[in-house]
Design a protein around this ligand. Sequence first.
Ligand code: NAD
Length: 257
Amino acid sequence: MRIGVAGIAGRMGRLVADEIVLAGATLSGGTSLEADTPPEGTTLFPTIARLAAVSDAVIDFTHVSTVHGHAAGLAGARTAWILGTTGLSALDQDAVEEAATAIAVIQAANFSPGVNLVLALARQLGAALPADAYDAEIVEMHHRQKVDAPSGTALALGRAVAAGRAVRFEDAAVIGRAGHTGPRPQGGIGFAALRGGQVVGDHTLIFAAGDEQITLTHRALDRRAFARGAVRAALWTAGKAPGRYTMMDVLGMETTA
Ligand code: NAD
């Protein structure tokens, strides 16, 4: 399979290029902003359409400003799109959905297989454990540079629990506590965010009952987990019909969100 890398000079793009070769697939080349230096020996293409023309799938960890152009270029060439770029607006998302009528698109805010499996388990636990007896709490820790809280993955965990419980996430979420908060609301899904050092991403989901406690923890140690997941997703697109898929589809798990 021929796999291209949009943003091949980036932190993620470099790792993805490595992982394509390690997986035994063909690295067809990449795109990059001129200011950035791609890995040595890379075949660079001036446009996404030129890269798409020589690729069966393109893995994309770039910038949200590329989404409309990439949607058109990849759909035009009938090349599968593995989209890891985050921060999309509703209009950007519309362009993704439009592309997915012509090509297979796998979109995930977190390509780590481990996180996606934890999301599936969170939904199952949410469905199995009665909300009036098992209090759901989510604790996450990230490096000191992170600007948003709670993390997107923490929110996805909360959404998975809410989906399992068949409640609206917005009604159940309790994001942070301070001062005289009163007792915990029954069925609430609580969040706490810690920041410090260079923690890549720790997430813990707790179901606390009076007589037992269940704890699920995911710890990202290296960005390579995301790169490896994205390559796995690219390989999975071989022979797939057009549509928008998630990592849950790649992993053969039920969709959580
Ligand atoms: P980065 O800044 O290191 O790399 C981005 C690269 O995109 C740059 O090298 C730049 O040259 C390239 N780029 C930007 N505009 C381009 C264009 N028009 N054409 C071609 N290349 C272009 O960033 P990063 O840390 O690699 O992250 C990139 C994106 O991936 C971000 O949106 C980030 O949030 C997301 N991300 C997602 C996951 C996931 O699992 N889904 C994991 C990590 C990062």
